[in-house]
Design a protein around this ligand. Structure first.
Ligand code: ADP
Length: 275
């Protein structure tokens, strides 16, 4: 069967036709962060009208928490949703096929689990507009809010969740605060070129993320921690995180990998969950 798979993030929305784990076709839209769930769904339906009739089921992966088909924001800075939104009911009506919904990082965790053949436990984390995650343990994707590591409090004692300082928008905001108004991608380039301000910003993100990986190893002890997201997959980021982990010298060493499916992990995972 062919599935319409959607990955709705705080910055971009991907929609693909997927068959047997293969992505047949993809469209990417910018997510209008000032918009509403109704608007985002309408934009997806609009962008995929040419595929209508080709799929018999749909899967929607979204940033935020999904329970019993209802969607709510975990961090309104990533995507603002007021209260709870009946995601499955609205998408079913709009698309005219059965719909399954899940958190985006949980879907990506499932996609990566299916893509790696050995069946061992994994944790997936996406460093993107926010910091999301998912856990596959004993061959089962943990549901509810399991894996929302970005919502945990860091060790700083400050009253902010971890993801407010381990994400793309923090990199941009911190660069701007220091007089360098630019995209996270450019901060990475400046860090590669050796600019001290940028090295410090990226280094700080890598260090905080490294500590989180070590904490996760102690909590869950997965065979591997798989990393995705625009920042997570930025050239050089994973190596910086690994170096920070070595510097920590943790009592349990996490095994970090880049997402095998790259930015398509969520799409492939939600397509499988939809069946
Ligand atoms: P979403 O959060 O919508 O799932 P992404 O995973 O692409 O989307 O994450 C978006 C964040 O990642 C933005 O803050 C963006 O600036 C940043 N980003 C995207 N590509 C890169 C890159 N090559 N290098 C550094 N940062 C990037």
């Amino acid at each position: 069967p062919v599935v319409l798979a959607v990955d709705l993030g705080g910055t971009k929305t991907m929609a693909s036709l997927v068959q047997g784990g293969e992505v047949l076709d993809t469209v990417v839209l910018a997510t209008d962060r000032s918009g509403s769930p109704e608007g985002w769904l309408a934009a997806i339906a609009d962008a995929t009208t040419v595929w209508h009739g080709r799929y018999t089921a749909a899967g929607i992966a979204v940033t935020g928490a999904v329970r019993n088909g209802m969607w709510r924001a975990m961090n309104k800075a990533t995507l603002g949703i007021e209260g709870e939104f009946p995601l499955v009911a609205c998408a079913t009506e709009l698309l005219g096929v059965p719909v399954v919904a899940a958190n985006d990082a949980q879907a990506a965790a499932w996609g990566e689990f299916k893509a790696t053949s050995d069946g061992s436990d994994l944790v997936f984390m996406t460093v993107s507009t926010g910091l999301g995650g998912g856990i596959v343990s004993g061959g089962r994707l943990l549901q509810g809010v399991a894996g929302h590591f970005g919502q945990m409090w860091g060790p700083s004692g400050d009253n902010v969740p971890l993801e407010s300082r381990i994400c793309g928008p923090w990199i941009a905001a911190e660069a701007k605060r220091q007089g360098h108004e630019c995209e996270p991608r450019e901060v990475f380039s400046a860090a590669d070129a050796g600019d001290a301000w940028a090295v410090a910003i990226i280094g700080g993100v890598a260090r905080r993320f490294a500590r989180l990986c070590c904490d996760i190893q102690l909590a869950i002890d997965p065979a591997r921690i798989v990393i995705g997201g625009g920042v997570g997959l930025a050239p050089g980021f994973l190596d910086k995180v690994k170096a920070e982990i070595l510097a920590i010298g943790p009592s349990a060493m996490p095994e970090l990998r880049a997402a095998t499916l790259g930015p398509r992990a969520g799409i492939v995972g939600i397509a499988d969950l939809a069946l």
